[in-house]
Write a new protein. Structure first.
Lengths: 321, 431
């Protein structure tokens, strides 16, 4: 808005255009140098402010209230947080979230590393095709993926049980136990995100200078040894980044378990696969009168992600070094 | 010069895009019920769940009034309810006419100011409906928030072809005679299991719903809305009957509304389910045209009862409350209720509709020509109103049914399942 004003300053310019031009141009340029960088980065901050920062503050405010979505709001201080610490179902959802995160992320990163390493081979044909192909799962809609996988893992008519029956395993009621539901959900997550992580890792690998490998080869190091001694250590920064991204994504897991559990926020009759995000939704939205409690869960999740990201950061840095 | 000019252009572009995004972000796009404020609306939105049978009726209404009607449907009540909550809380995407089911009605009655008082907006219909049904449409502060649509009543839908294959009788009176009480029903289920190796009933939760409503009285709440799930006679009886069914292994263990359940109708995974009148349309849609004539309707074990039924309400924040109330009035009129019943099965509550010969003599072709008008119509008078507390539906769907299913699937022992139910009833039922 403010921009329109200096762009057309009321000046006697029209009278003697040729002489005034340089002066005005210089002023404009100075102004431009000073302020326009802020404008360039403004869109992000404006959008973050509206969709990120304001909701966070609002959620914090809500979490201090006994908040009925369509009724009264009463200020109760930190009571919601106190109740949360004693809430068995909250800790259950934390356990599930962390469990699914480990079950899904560990194989996913190993697989991504393996794929990236394969794609990094110099003698691979149709490289671009393969690189694009492993990314395709990521651009499919998460709901579509979840619906299809939920069908694969159905008890009565699912493909997974049919395959198991071929090797003589009894049909599994996938959503009736922790291990089976976690496995099914991990499949969905990995199917979508392995290729994405592989591409990031691949980009990291390509930044590693070739002469290191050549020197190692001359010294007699085989591919395996080169991978452990050169690729992995040099990949540390990228790996830390990928782990952080997976942590944030994994802890916010929502759509996959929700659709897998047939749209029920509970996540199984015994809450076997209810994640923190689902519990937040159950309390914050589904239950009309506990929106404040839901907001407290949202903040707890925020803190949790912070803690785990910090732990991961420290761990990954140390081990890969 | 050219560099500067290009930069300026970029700055302008950035400014414009920031503005556009900003406007789009804060823009209040009420979109759905667009049109002029005041005067005749272009379009009204009706929000329903399950099958209300309004498809043909709204076409007629559009023809008569020139107002377009958008019919929004959500399959399940537990997905429908959050939508209503969201629209009430934010005022965004709010429909003009909203269907409220008996299980969630009381929850919305706690804050009656969200709903328009219909008394001044429609003619006086207080004597035209089942008395108790009409009274339930009123909130504590006296405002009329809902016009009655349907009641559920109770019956059993069964697959006569599967019953035949199991060596059971197939004719509807003979099937009704199979189960004068719940023990007899369980015995029939055992015979079915012995003959076919399959479960007769879809799941215990449908039976539990039927039993709670049959016993009636206080269910999860007493008259003062204290939670009494652990002491209620209706709950106890439903719980015990359900456990007996699980122990006798007569169910197919398909959770209601799950994909297994929906597919089960076509696949013949189970041969019977409990059918309030509104369930007929759902059974028909899930079974598909290829199973026409295979389903039939028989009486329930034990006495009559009511499961489900709804009201049409008008949100206070809607833009066209007068027109919306008129539309609700039209959709709940005697002739409309009969038409809806014929299309999808919701049972009329309008006294005139219940006496209508067209209703009484109606036979449902899909259900092997079962005289559903007679079967359900005859039971309506006997329905006793049941007190459902504010969060009845939440306690039923989020406390009782998960606990029962956990027992049914062998995930929890009986005592543990009961404890889980009572604990969840306290948190889910709080309001």
């Amino acid at each position: 808005m403010a921009l329109a004003t200096p762009a057309r300053p009321a000046s006697p310019a029209p009278a003697k255009p040729p002489r005034h031009r340089p002066a005005r141009g210089a002023k404009r340029a100075r102004w431009d140098m000073k302020y326009s960088p802020y404008l360039y980065i403004a869109p992000f901050f404006v959008i973050f402010g509206i969709f990120g920062f304001y909701p966070m503050l609002r959620t914090a405010w809500m979490s201090l209230h006994d908040w009925d979505l369509i009724g009264a709001h009463t200020f109760i201080g930190f009571d919601n947080y106190a109740a949360l610490l004693k809430d068995e179902y909250f800790w259950n959802s934390v356990f599930n979230t962390l469990g699914i995160f480990v079950v899904a992320t560990v194989p996913q990163l190993v697989l991504a590393l393996f794929l990236a390493n394969l794609l990094n081979r110099t003698r691979l044909r149709a490289k671009t095709l393969f690189r694009m192909a492993i990314f395709v799962p990521n651009i499919t809609s998460v709901a579509a993926v979840a619906i299809v996988f939920a069908m694969l893992f159905q008890r009565d008519f699912g493909v997974a049980n049919w395959l198991l029956s071929l090797v003589g395993v009894d049909p599994v009621d996938w959503d009736a136990q922790r291990w089976s539901s976690w496995t099914a959900i991990a499949f969905m997550v990995d199917w979508r995100w392995t290729g994405y992580n592989a591409l990031i890792l691949l980009a990291g690998m390509q930044a590693i200078p070739r002469d290191l490998y050549e020197a190692a080869a001359i010294d007699g190091a085989n591919q395996w040894r080169q991978f452990w001694r050169i690729t992995l250590p040099m990949l540390t920064p990228t790996f830390v980044f990928v782990v952080l991204l997976s942590t944030i994504g994994g802890l916010q897991l929502f759509t996959e378990p929700l659709v897998f559990g047939n749209g029920n926020m509970r996540g199984g009759t015994q809450r076997e696969f209810q994640t923190v995000a689902m519990y937040m939704y159950e309390k914050g939205i589904n239950s009309l009168n506990t929106a404040g409690y839901g907001a407290a869960i949202a903040w707890a999740l925020f803190v949790l992600i912070g803690i785990i990201a910090a732990i991961n950061f420290a761990l990954v840095r140390r081990t890969v070094k | 010069m050219s560099v500067i000019r290009r930069r300026n252009r970029l700055v302008a572009l950035a400014a414009v895009s920031a503005l556009v995004l900003g406007v789009a972000a804060c823009g209040s796009d009420d979109g759905d019920s667009s049109g002029s404020t005041g005067g005749k609306p272009d379009k009204l939105v009706v929000e329903t769940f399950g099958e209300f049978g309004y498809d043909e009726l709204v076409k007629q209404y559009e023809k008569d009034t020139g107002i377009k009607v958008e019919l929004r449907k959500t399959a399940q009540l537990n997905e429908y309810r959050p939508k209503i909550v969201r629209s009430l809380a934010t005022g965004k995407g709010i429909a003009d006419v909203v269907a409220l089911e008996e299980g969630i009605l009381n929850e919305f009655k706690i804050n009656p100011t969200n709903w328009a008082d219909l008394t001044p907006l429609v003619a006086d219909h207080s004597k035209e409906y089942l008395q108790w049904k009409w009274e339930l449409g009123k909130a504590a502060d006296g405002r009329l928030i809902g016009l009655p649509t349907d009641v559920g009543s109770l019956a059993v839908c069964y697959r006569s072809d599967l019953f035949k294959a199991a060596g059971l009788p197939t004719e509807r009176d003979a099937v009704t005679a199979l189960w004068p009480d719940w023990d007899a029903f369980i015995e029939t289920g055992k015979k079915y299991r012995a003959a076919t190796g399959k479960g007769m009933l879809d799941s215990v939760t449908t039976a539990a719903s039927a039993v709670t409503m049959q016993v009636g009285g206080d269910i999860f709440y007493d008259k003062d809305d204290n939670i009494v799930a652990d002491k209620s006679a209706a709950v106890k009886q439903a719980w015990d009957t359900s456990l007996k069914m699980v122990d006798a292994n007569i169910t197919a263990k398909t959770a209601t509304w799950s994909p297994e359940w929906s597919a089960g109708f076509k696949q013949g995974t189970f041969a019977a389910t409990f059918c309030p009148s509104w369930m007929l349309g759902i059974v028909q849609d899930n079974s598909g045209p290829e199973n026409k004539g295979k389903w039939d309707v028989a009486g329930v074990p034990g006495k009559s009862g009511n499961w489900g039924g709804s009201w049409l309400a008008v949100p206070e924040r809607g833009k066209h409350k007068t027109e919306a109330a008129k539309l609700a009035e039209y959709l709940t009129s005697a002739t409309s209720q009969v038409a809806a019943f014929k299309l999808k099965g919701p049972l009329p509550t309008n006294l005139e509709a219940l006496k209508n010969p067209e209703f009484q003599s109606y036979t449902n072709e899909y259900f092997s020509g079962a005289p559903t008008g007679k079967i359900f119509g005859g039971s309506v008078e006997g329905i006793q109103p049941v007190h459902l507390g504010p969060k009845h539906q939440a306690v039923k769907e989020q406390a009782m049914e998960p606990a029962l299913r956990a027992y049914e699937n062998g995930e929890a022992k009986a005592a543990a399942a009961w404890d889980q139910f009572i604990k969840d009833a306290a948190t889910q039922g709080a309001f």
